[in-house]
Design a protein around this ligand. Sequence first.
Ligand code: AGP
Length: 620
Amino acid sequence: MERGCPKGGCEVCGIFGYIGNKEALPFLVEGLKKLEYRGYDSAGVATIDKGRLFVTKCAGKIADLERELNERPINGEIGIGHTRWATHGRPSDENSHPHTDCTDTLVVVHNGIIENYLQLRRQLSEEGHKFTSTTDTEILAHLIEKHLKDNLESAVRLALNEVEGSYALAVLSEHEPGKIVAARRGSPLIIGVQEGETFLSSDIPAILKYTSRVIYLNDFEIATITGREIKVSNLKGQPVNKEITLISWDPESAEKVGYAHFMLKEIHEQPKAIRDSVISRVKVDEAYLHFDELNFTEEEARQVNRIVFTACGTSWHAGLIGEYLIEQFVKIPAEVEYAAEFRYRHPIVDENTLVIAITQSGETADTLGAVWEAKAQGAKVISICNVVGSSIARESHGVIYTYAGPEIGVASTKAFTTQLTIIYLFALYLAKKRGTLSVSEVRKMISDLIEIPDKIERLLLKEREIEQIAERFYKANNALFLGRGKGFPIALEGALKLKEISYVHAEGYPAAEMKHGPIALIDQNMPVIVLALAGRRYDKILGNVEEVKARGGQVIAVAVEGDDLIGEKADALISIPTTTEALTPILAVIPLQLLAYYIAVKRGCHVDQPRNLAKSVTVE
Ligand code: AGP
């Protein structure tokens, strides 16, 4: 009977490897701890010591694995490790990685989906292979075993030529004890290079404390790593030359530096993240805007007659703001599409459509798929991305990086506000090239943006005030977020922040829609968070607040400083500094991030690693 999920085991995980002149185990455990945000329901390590393979793995968190290893350490100067986030196949000891072959002399760790795993499993079983798990990964161990004659790299290549789906993988074998073979297709894998030592990781922060010199593996590439050299080839066996990239992030920035959680640290990093994302791209006096990673000619900018944003989750909310900004400033049609919907509905795009993929990680499978679909349809594709060299960045025709630095907390905060910053700048860039904004208007709007980081710093001084509001409302199990205009995407984002880290059922809604259903939910147990931002619809929002109050609801209002009206009506008020209407969303989201954070903390939730979620969803 075939077990496992019908479509093959699916996992989003973290991989770490080490080969050098020191004991591998400490590096593996440390590396997996840094990757734990990617997935954390089981973990394991394997090393080779004096030609013999040792494996330790278990369900649970890295801390559980560490306890096991403290009792029974494994030695060796070469090893691989894995932390798993299972979406199919329950977390268990036998389903955790590394997986071994029939002889227990070869191991594999893997991130991705083997689409044809059931067919391969059937074929291998018929050939006598014995399986001990319900994952797709295990078939890789047996497939490599089947092809292993005298060269591990060739066996891996032959096996991968039979595999369909996505993978980032690493292999160890007693047959060639001084060698790690790694390969990738659709899931990230990075090699860290240091004198006499080589590291392997699913992402950069896990290797930053050891080296800032990295090699990005591309799809369909295989790396053979020994103590002396790193050889990269393609699936045909042809050598591939690789460059070493220097990473500018400092190791400190990937740590919590004294904050209780990565999320709180990253909320407080937003002023710096926005400054870093703007400063090298603008000259206020000259109303100058430049994106050096974007090969966009004036002609191409004028040719664009429609823009489609595509993303997932919080990045989709940034795209919705983008839709409003593009139509407001660039005067061309814009829309935002969920990546998973866009990629499968045969979208009508062409060479005059600019598709903008928004993604923090650059590895979200559906957004990557949307980029492939847009390119297949002939559209020009750029991405707004926070990870240099990530898959989506490299698949796009052009990329604009948000310089937010590593975002470790699963709940996206600084990546979101830097996405909004970049979208705002890009709208000004296009408007200037197309003449829909004058130079003086652009100059004024750039200077308005330059003031935003200071205004966020002023807002962050209200942290205690917001914590006190959280104290009043953290026991509620439902919440409604309402906004109009650009306040509506922020209502959606506030609801997502709250639900994903505190498990409170929260919904974002256009305030005008309240009367078309959600008003039936209003009672004293349903806090209603209202984005009462100034603008031409302000009086309508006041009306919504009164409708909520009239039904016994409790209102937390986010309003602009100096707004005395709302304060008389709301049960709690958070004031944000004034700014130009188009930049208000960047300020309005900050109190909602803090509110969600403190409610989650007071509810005893694991803020940085909320249940069932992973930082980067690299599976469909
Ligand atoms: C946001 O807080 C969530 N973690 C999630 O919705 C996230 O925005 C989404 O998975 C998209 O990720 P990306 O930006 O890395 O593509």
